[in-house]
Design a protein around this ligand. Sequence first.
Ligand SMILES: [Zn+2]
Length: 496
Amino acid sequence: MRIGIAQIASETSTFNPVLTDMAAIRARGVARGQGVLQPADWADYIRGYLEVVGDEELVGITRAVADVGGSLTEEAMNTVLEWFTEDLRKALPLDGLLLSLHGAFAGVADSDVEGLVLQRAREIVGPDVIIGASMDLHANMTRRKVENADLIRGQHTHPHVDSQETGRRVAEMLAAALRGEARPVMSAVKMPMITPAETQLTYEYPMKELMAATRRQEEDERVLSSSIFAVQPWMDIPEMGWCSVVVTDGDRALADRLARELAEVAWRQRDDYIQPCPTHVEALDEAFSTDVRPVVISDLADLGGGGTGDSTWYLKELLARSPQEPCYLTMVDPESAWEMIEAGEGAEVTLMLGGKQDNIYSTPVEVTGVVQRVFPPSAGRALPQSMGPVAVLRVGNIYVVVSERKGWGHNPSIYSGAGLDPEMAKIFIAKSVVDWREGYKGVAKRFLLGEAPGLSPSNLRSLEWKNVPRPIFPLDDVVSWDSAQAPVYRSRSTSE
Ligand SMILES: [Zn+2]
C-alpha cells in the first residue's frame, strides 16, 4: 500500500486587508517530499495519520501552510498548486491520499483554495484512489470539496483539542477502505447560517448538544463519521455557511438522511449562538474593579482568525487609565519593532504604534516608553521565528510585545517568551476567542470577553457583506430553510 500525505492549510478572513503571500507561506516552513512526514508542532492531524498508517509505505507530498490572515494572493495560490501538482505526480502510483487541510483557506482568485487542492488531487490520482481529508471545525464546506473527496472529518472540539484524534479517525477510515472492509459514502447539507465564534464552545450549550447528536449518529455501526462544520464567520464568499457531513459504509440513503437530520439540529439552535457581548471598556472596568488577578481579556474583534493584530483600542484605553499593576498586550507593527531593535534595550522611544494594517477601525497611537527587551530573529529565542523581530515596550505599567507578524494569540507564552513574568500580570490581552480558554487555563483566574470595533466582531451585522448567499442568518431578518428540501452534496462514490 502506498499512501500519500500532504498538508495545505490556512484560515482566512476576507475582511483582513493583509493578504497572505509567499512570505507568509515560507514563514511557517515549506516541505516537499518526505519532509512532510516529520510533523511540525502544528501538524496534529499528521500525527494522527502516522498512528494508523505508520507501517504502510508513506509518501510525503507537499506542506504549504500559513498563519491565519487575509486572502491568499493569486501568485501564492498558483505557486502552491504548482508544487502540489508536481509533488503528487512524482508520488504516483498511490492507493490512498491523506490531506491535512483547514477548510477555510480563501484566495483572491478563488474563494475555496482547499477545494481546488482536492479537485486537483482527484484529477491527478484518478477515480480509484481513496482521498481522505481532515479539517478544522471552522471549515467552509463546498460542493467541490465533497465531490472530490471520499471522506472528510472535522474536529469535534472547540477549543480544538482533538486534532490528532481527527487525523487518526480519517486515517482509520481510509485504511479500512483500502483493505476492502468499508466503502465510504459521504453526504453533506449546507445551512444558510453563520454564527459568532465565542458562543461555539463544545462544552457548553448549544454546541455541546450538537456534538452529542454527532456521537449518537456514530453509534450506528453503519456510520463511519458524523461532523458539523461551523465555519469561521469572517469570510465574505459565495457558498458560505454551516454544513453537516456524514460518511456511511456504503449506504447513500442513510448518509443523506443523517446529514439532513444533523443540519436540522444545528438550524433549530441558531438563535442561541447570538449572545450580547461586553465592550472592551466594560471588560476593563470589570477587570480593574476586582481584586482577582490575573484576568485575561479576549480582544475578540482583532483575533487571530480574523484580525490584523494591530488594533489600538485596548492600548488607548489602558494608557488613559495608567494602571497600578502590570498589563500585557501585543501589537503587530513591523516598523515599530525594527525601530525599537535599532534603538536598543533601555532606550526611550516615541512611536506611532499600531493601527496601520487595520486602518479601517483603528488608528496609530503616539506613545513614549522604554525599550525593555529586544528579540531579533534567532534560533535561541523562546518565540516563534514566524513572528519576525520582536521588542517589548514599557509605558508605565503597560507592556506591549511588538512584533513584525502575529504570534500565539491564545497562549501566555507569547508574554513569557518575551521575558514578561505571567505571575506579575494584572491583565493579559489575548487575541483569541475560544482557544485562549485552553491556553490560559491554570494561569488566568478570570476570563472576560471585550468587543472593540474591529475586523472580526461578534456582531456580524456590523460588517459590510457583498458576496455571501442571501438571505443568511443572522444578517437577514427572515431566513426560511427546510432540511428536507435542502440540496445534498455527495461524494463521487466508488461503491455505486
Ligand atoms: Zn477553528
